[in-house]
Design a protein around this ligand. Structure first.
Ligand SMILES: Nc1ncnc2c1ncn2[C@@H]1O[C@H](COP(=O)(O)OP(=O)(O)OP(=O)(O)O)[C@@H](O)[C@H]1O
Ligand SMILES: [Mg+2]
Length: 349
């Protein structure tokens, strides 16, 4: 086990020229925790990671790793190891030499190097492949060489930038499980960037959801899924995404644009009413639904319906359950998420 270090960002900001990519940001990564930074393409995830690693300079603010200010230190002095989407292995070196390269650069004697290479390779399950060159390894094996190269120095901090996105679906799934296991064994503070919500939900102790350089929500996977703090988080997490229906509350009902009732609620004023497709039911009562299209996904079916005012709602049901002739939208207690229509912020419901 390495000694884990807390990472604290204090007012950290980044501009490229006159473009502000990250407005001043305060963020703490708990020592030893697995934190996933999740957000759409271009929201600033890699930039944030590069600032921690020292591959980009901050435009303002301070970064502390293990209580030490590092924002002016070069990358090698920060105690972070980084794994990228592209494995960036040396093609002419064997897997073993690639893994040991950081130790060689650091002047670690050969005997100790060999022992640490063997241990890192064992941790990622590559013990039998050390003599092969990258061209003789599969994509998943190459990515594991890159991970072994990162852990060989026993870093306090592991930074991952979409390390699985070059792998096919099955290998991604396998490697994801291996990474979770690896984190449990190594215990380094881990920051993992992805735009894949399944990776975030399965790997993270804590998820930071970003949108356009800003943090939308920080929480456990369960918080993020069950209590999304904003409309953005609600629509970004969940597959298929949560339906968000514009409605107006009169104190008894939330009503659709044509005045027809959607669901009982004491809320007044304009809201977005959110319901996850897997929580919505076709109960024959409730707001009338007109079927638009359906996707049969084997184990379940996702159907999109039109509401009385033309808005749409998705409902997921187990395969083989017929749609009632007079379908109505049922929103069970606890399944309704309300967001302010203007600010998109979650309302206490
Ligand atoms: N060197 C640079 N100069 C100018 N703008 C940059 C530079 N690097 C990144 N940007 C801009 O900063 C924003 C954030 O980029 P970043 O690479 O951090 O996004 P990301 O969240 O990692 O996206 P992706 O999921 O596509 O990797 C983008 O709008 C990008 O165009
Ligand atoms: Mg990126």
């Amino acid at each position: 086990m390495t000694q884990a270090a807390e990472i604290a960002l204090k007012g950290v900001a980044k501009r490229f020229g006159t473009t502000e990519v990250l407005p001043p940001l305060d963020l703490t990564f708990t020592a030893g925790a697995f934190t996933v930074i999740l957000g759409p393409s271009g929201c600033g995830k890699s930039t944030l990671l590069n600032l921690i690693a020292g591959l980009e300079a901050v435009s303002g603010g301070e970064i502390e790793i293990g209580g030490r200010k590092v924002q002016d230190l070069p990358p090698r002095a920060r105690g972070c190891a980084m794994v990228f989407q592209s494995y960036a292995l040396y093609p002419h070196m064997t897997a073993g030499d690639n893994i040991g390269y950081p130790l060689k650069v650091a002047g670690v004697p050969r005997r100790e190097r060999m022992a640490r290479i063997a241990e890192a390779a064992r941790v990622v399950g590559l013990g039998d492949y050390l003599a092969r060159r990258p061209s003789e390894l599969s994509g998943g094996q190459r990515q594991r060489v890159a991970i072994a190269r990162a852990i060989v120095r026993a870093p306090q901090v592991m930074l991952f930038d979409e390390p699985l996105s070059n792998l096919d679906a099955l290998l991604r799934h396998e490697t994801r499980a291996e990474l979770a296991d690896l984190h449990r064994r190594i215990g380094a503070t881990t920051v993992f960037v992805t735009h894949d919500q399944a990776e975030a939900l399965t790997l993270a102790d804590q998820i930071v959801v970003m949108n356009a350089g800003r943090v939308e929500q920080i929480g456990t996977p369960a918080d993020i899924y069950h209590r999304p703090a904003t409309r953005f988080v609600a629509s970004f997490i969940g597959h298929p995404p949560m339906s968000l229906i514009a409605a107006t509350g009169d104190g008894t009902w939330l009503r659709l644009g044509d005045g027809s009732p959607l669901v009982a609620s004491a809320h007044q004023g304009q809201v977005l009413a959110g319901v996850r497709p897997e929580a919505a039911v076709l109960d024959g009562g409730g707001a009338p639904l007109v079927p638009l299209h359906r996707e049969d996904l084997g184990s379940h079916v996702v159907q999109v319906f039109r509401l009385a005012d033309g808005q749409t709602v998705a409902v997921q049901s187990p395969a083989g359950r017929p749609v009632p002739a007079e379908a109505g939208l049922g929103i069970p207690d606890g399944a309704l998420h309300l967001f302010d229509a203007e600010t998109g912020i979650r309302l206490v419901s």
